[in-house]
Design a protein around this ligand. Structure first.
Ligand SMILES: Nc1ncnc2c1ncn2[C@@H]1O[C@H](COP(=O)(O)OP(=O)(O)O)[C@@H](O)[C@H]1O
Ligand SMILES: [Mg+2]
Length: 510
């Protein structure tokens, strides 16, 4: 194979960090090459150097053997580099075709929309990136917007495509679709640099993988030669426990009893239909399902954030169907929400302030409207030690912490209130392997202490490795409840698409 793009000893400093510290990379023609590394490893910096958004302090980038210097993305694009950023850069009010040709319109001053749409249609057929050229971008799903970004790069005649954490925003289905797009691009001779911190993804799509850690490229391997364990260790720089080690559950009394629950979303569409299940003390009940099948509404209703339109909810034997969120919290239900930055933490507050966010009105933190700082600080310090939050400094603002550590702060806060039931929605979304390991350990510790845990996750592996029982939700219905021990990906995958026994042979999952 001939090399298409080469990066030699690239160095890039930011004040106080060596974001890239001697990076070496060779991208072959016709390969999908993954850059795997934890958050902060320097992946995005490397991509921005290649794309001309940053200039290196030293080192060299070579394209088809020749050294190149990009002063801006414009130079990089002209040289055939295409990139889709972690955050899309589209104009929502414009159509797909407008967005794609923007800055490079056919017809020059007299913009010809019909022509633009035709070109976009041709491009989308050639690369099998189906999307309606006349649709407004704001009406498209995230997955489709990503397609528009890819088309935009291809329209500019990209000879290589850089995708920076492209699946972070996608559902499992959309991820599969993206993978087929990437495979097709490869077959059309366009190599892809695929950035990710997810092991299983990299193993599914890459031909070769380069692992980055702390600004350095530590190793490049053909994907067939790399075991998940080896890759995880390279990423983290130490031996990582990939398989969650857990003992058999020892379930006690029924904590939560959900009977024939019906819930509508805020637009009054029926989202949960007659769902029933129980969770006992000392067990993790996982809910598996494709995003948007009612799991959000179900947990929101249990937490009291959405009204229950039918059925009953019992908690420790008591009917809580009509209780407010605050009353449920008081009764012993804790909630770790999906969007930690939106509902979980106040980013401009210190860790101490965040730790007492729900309790600052009561003893020992305040009395008669006066806040006592000392007990709050002591309390926060205990929490961050117990949950291994880094850095161990309660005066830091929550916004300064990495995602994994923010998540630990929320878990710590919720758990320290000694709830009987902990609801955790996507608790490790977007986190590194190291941080995931930490969160999983804490959830299992809680289970072993006799708490009931309701876990909702779109990651099947997470559901499978943690849950004692798994409820599968499809189209608002609980289509099956299976023991965690014997459940398989295939079985869950089928249930998730609504295939229950009998017709199960029709569908294949990967
Ligand atoms: N524009 C910037 N200014 C200052 N520091 C930055 C900037 N971009 C990235 N960094 C720092 O460089 C390091 C690598 O970041 P990044 O390349 O974004 O990592 P990754 O994409 O692997 O998560 C991090 O410590 C990050 O905080
Ligand atoms: Mg990044």
């Amino acid at each position: 194979m001939t090399s298409f793009l080469e990066v030699v000893d690239l160095v890039k400093h930011f004040p106080g960090v060596k974001a890239n510290d001697g990076v070496n990379l060779t991208l072959h023609k016709g390969e999908v090459h993954s850059i795997l590394g934890e958050n902060g490893a320097g992946k995005s910096t490397l991509m921005k150097l290649i794309y001309g958004l940053y200039q290196p302090d030293s080192g060299e980038i070579r394209l088809e053997g020749k050294p190149v210097k990009f002063h801006s993305p414009r130079d990089a694009i002209r040289a055939g580099i295409g990139m889709v950023h972690q955050h899309f850069m589209l104009i929502p009010a414009l159509t797909v075709a407008d967005n794609i040709v923007l800055g490079d319109e056919p017809g020059g001053i007299t913009y010809k929309r019909a022509e633009a749409e035709k070109k976009v249609r041709e491009l989308s057929e050639k690369y099998r990136l189906e999307v309606d050229p006349s649709a407004k971008v704001e009406q498209l799903s995230v997955g489709l917007q990503q397609r528009v970004e890819i088309l935009k790069a291809l329209y500019r005649k990209a000879k290589v495509l850089i995708l920076d954490e492209p699946t972070a925003v996608l559902t499992p289905q959309e991820t599969e679709e993206l993978f087929s797009v990437v495979r097709h691009l490869k077959s059309q001779g366009i190599p892809v640099l695929f950035i990710s911190h997810k092991l299983d993804e990299v193993r599914a799509i890459a031909d070769r993988v380069t692992v980055m850690r702390a600004g350095k490229t530590v190793e490049t391997l053909p994907i067939g030669d790399a075991t998940p364990q080896q890759l995880a260790n390279l990423m983290v720089g130490r031996e990582v426990v990939l398989r969650v080690e857990k003992t058999k559950a020892n379930p006690g009394e029924v904590i939560l009893d959900v009977q024939q629950l019906r819930v509508n979303d805020t637009a009054r569409r029926e989202k949960v239909r007659n769902v029933s299940f129980q969770i006992r003390a000392g067990e993790i009940f996982g809910i598996a399902g494709i995003d948007g099948n009612g799991q959000t509404e179900l947990v929101d209703a249990i937490a009291g954030l959405l009204p229950i339109v039918g059925g009953r909810l019992r908690f420790l034997g008591r009917d809580i169907t009509r209780l407010s969120t605050a009353e449920r919290t008081k009764a012993g239900i804790a909630y770790v929400p999906q969007d930690r930055q939106l509902d979980g933490l106040v980013l401009d507050f210190t860790l101490t302030e965040n730790a007492i966010l729900r309790d600052f009105k009561r003893k020992p933190f305040s009395k008669g409207g006066i806040l006592f700082h000392k007990p709050a600080k002591t309390y926060a310090e205990r929490l961050i030690n117990l949950f291994d939050v880094r850095p161990r400094d309660v005066n830091r603002h929550a916004g300064d912490l990495s995602g994994g550590n923010q998540q630990k702060v929320i878990l710590a806060r919720e758990v320290s209130r000694e709830p009987h039931l902990l609801i955790a929605v996507q608790p490790t979304r977007g986190l590194d392997v190291g941080a995931i390991e930490g969160i999983h350990k804490q959830l299992l510790r809680l289970r072993d202490e006799g708490k009931a845990i309701l876990l909702v996750s779109l990651e099947l592996d997470e559901i499978l490795s943690l849950s004692d029982r798994i409820g599968v939700i499809h189209s608002g219905e609980m289509v099956g409840i299976v023991p965690g021990e014997s459940a398989t990906r295939e079985q869950l995958g089928l249930l998730m698409t609504g295939v229950t026994n009998g017709e199960a042979t029709e569908v294949t999952t990967r």
